[in-house]
Every structure is written in structure tokens, then in C-alpha cells.
Design a protein around this ligand. Sequence first.
Ligand code: FES
Ligand code: FES
Length: 181
Amino acid sequence: MPPSTSSDLTLSVNGEKYTLTVDHRTTLLDALRERLDMTGTKKGCDQGQCGACTVLLDGRRSVACLQLAVAAEGREITTIEGVAEGERLHPVQQAFLDLDGFQCGYCTPGQICSAIAVIEEHAAGWPSAVTGDVRPEAGPPPLTPEEIRERMSGNLCRCGAYVSIVQAVARAAEETKGAAA
Ligand code: FES
Ligand code: FES
């Protein structure tokens, strides 16, 4: 008998468990959109180039078009549908709204998921390609516009309208820092 090409798996998405049978080649992006009807995560390029499909896997950003659904079992998946707390928007969503960071419905969900992880990566002291002093004792670099641009550079907008996003990420980072203090 030929080996099975599909498996039953349980995905944990936004705190809920979903059991489904998927072909082993199914990407997490297609499982979310086509099987679980979570269409907030967008398919732009489907080849890891644009960031439109960005989700959080155990809190770290991941492009769902390059992630197999079967490999996401056992991990906590957060999509754009799960970042708000009830009626209360995530600080990044609120900052995008207040500072006009919202762009089209295609790139914005990925931008927001990325920005949430950017703020956490920065707070954890992760350097970026533009960080001048990467020695651990130097501590986190200031979250300058240059740092934000570099850290958000995996999320492309075909229209080139990024200016307000930088301000929105900076404000959400300040608020997150204030809330944690
Ligand atoms: S759709 Fe995944 S990176 Fe473009
Ligand atoms: S791709 Fe969304 S505004 Fe440009």
C-alpha cells in the first residue's frame, strides 16, 4: 500500500484547537485560509518574499506560505484575528489606526503581526542588520526609524506608502514599554 499523503493534525490558533486532515504539502497559509476560513492572513507572493502572510508561531514571526501545516502542530499560532483582546485593539493596531499606518487589506495584517514581533524582538535585545554595537553589554539599541525600517523590511507594500507605519511602531513600542514597567 502506498504511504498516506495526508495526516490528521490539531492546530492551536488564537487559543482555540482545530482538528483537520491535510495533505502533507499543505502550507499553514492555505490551512488557515482555505480550511479554517481565517482569511485575515493574506496570500501575496506565496513564496516568502512579501510578508503578507506573516503570523506568529510561539510569538515569533513566520511567513505562513513557507511553513507546512503539519510542522505547525504543537505550536501556538497567532493570526491577525487573534491579536486584539475582545473589543480592545492591540497597541499596534491602535497606533496604526491613530497614526494612519493602515494600508490596504492585503499588506496590513502582515505588517501588524510583524510589528508586534519587532517590538518584542527589540525589547529582548535582538540586534538588527543596522545595529551599530551588537555586543551584549551594549543593551538594546534605540528603536530609531532606521531600526524600525530595517526590522519591518520583510513586509513589502507594492504601493510604497510606509511613512506612518514607522511612527505607529515607535508609539506602540513606547506604550508596551510603559505598560511593562
Ligand atoms: S505570501 Fe508569504 S511571503 Fe508573500
Ligand atoms: S500593498 Fe498594501 S498598501 Fe501597498
